[in-house]
Design a protein around this ligand. Structure first.
Ligand code: HPA
Ligand code: ZN
Length: 336
């Protein structure tokens, strides 16, 4: 194993932007298709992998939603989540915050209880086995109507103790955060933490809206913030975290070369940037693969990697006491 990877594995970190359905590896996808009698449009793992060639977010979403059709039972969601958490543990992730997309599963005729039940049971078992903590965040699909999100929130209220917050994902352009003003207000009143994808493909105005209209605490992606100096100043002053996903940005052509990735500029602007995998099975790697990609392309040093790990713990939705305990462990490692 490389020194670089061994160093990263020793850094306690949180992963804050990962769609559990995006961790469905082609091998598991085919196994679940067989187990559930679901017919696929691809003949083999290789043919499916060959289709992972995207020019924009929508190209990915089309394949990602197709892939989800194999997830049918509580056990499927348990197996999927267990596999992701094993990878996370190997990468030194001590705390993960997992997104899921219930509206897609409901559309496939899979009940909300099966989805949240399987994901949650896997997180409980992983904490027992490996000590990793997990919080679950439910995303609304922004290309559906707000009324659909409202009905999904109603379902989630019965599982409030298993879901820490709500987010907003799917096709960004043409679907500004303000479309979801009422459902986010209701979610906040119900005690959910709030986050939203913004400024991935969409303009800086969508980040302003996520902050000022939805009242989110974090921005998922947010890389286009750099186009707006007043926005950068706001994000820096309030230390609003950006959950950045470098390999995703490369694979979805948000950046055309990793050497041009804005992560270093975000850090130099004083922003609370973090590194995450987004959809690791589709974008070529888990969280440490993302760290390695930016370290190599942008020449980040060990101090930068410590800072990114610390940022991830600071930006998590963990209770303050647990957050501080992780940060102290990270600092102790830095002193060794
Ligand atoms: N952007 C928007 N929606 C998504 C993504 C993403 O990167 N991953 C899964 N759903
Ligand atoms: Zn995402």
């Amino acid at each position: 194993m490389s020194d670089q990877r061994a160093f990263l594995e020793r850094l306690p970190k949180a992963e804050l932007h990962m769609h559990i359905e995006g961790s469905l590896e082609p091998e598991m996808l085919f196994a679940l298709a067989r187990r559930n009698g679901v017919k696929l449009a691809y003949d083999s793992v290789e043919a499916l992998r060959a289709a992972y060639n995207f020019s924009r977010l929508q190209d990915f979403l089309d394949i990602y939603y197709q892939g989800m059709s194999v997830l049918r039972t509580e056990q499927d969601f348990y197996d999927l989540t267990t596999a992701y958490l094993q990878n996370a543990v190997a990468d030194g992730v001590v705390h993960s915050e997992i997104f899921f997309d219930p509206q897609v599963h409901l559309g496939n005729g899979v009940g909300f209880d099966s989805v949240i039940g399987g994901i949650h049971r896997a997180t409980v078992d992983a904490q027992e086995r490996h000590g990793i903590s997990t919080l679950i965040i439910m995303c609304f699909l922004r290309d559906l109507e707000e009324a659909d999100a409202e009905r999904t929130l109603d379902l989630a209220l019965d599982h409030k103790e298993k879901i820490v917050g709500v987010g907003l994902d799917s096709a960004e352009l043409g679907h500004p955060p303000s479309k979801f003003k009422r459902v986010f207000a209701r979610a906040r009143d119900a005690g959910f933490r709030l986050t939203a994808h913004a400024g991935e493909e969409g303009p800086p105005e969508y980040i302003w809206e996520a902050l000022d209209v939805l009242g989110v605490e974090r921005i998922d992606h947010g890389v286009r913030a750099l186009e707006d100096p007043a926005l950068v100043a706001r994000l820096a002053a309030e230390q609003i975290a950006l959950t950045v996903c470098p390999l995703s940005n490369l694979r979805l052509c948000v950046v055309d070369h990793m050497a041009k990735h804005p992560l270093r500029r975000l850090l130099e602007s004083g922003l609370l940037a973090t590194v995450n995998s987004d959809d690791p099975s589709y974008f070529g790697g888990y969280v440490n693969d993302n760290f390695i990609a930016v370290q190599d392309a942008l020449g980040l040093n060990e101090g930068d990697l410590f800072k990114l790990s610390e940022n991830s713990l600071v930006a998590s939705f963990l209770p303050e006491v647990e957050k501080q305990a992780h940060i102290q462990r990270l600092r102790d490692i830095g002193q060794q």
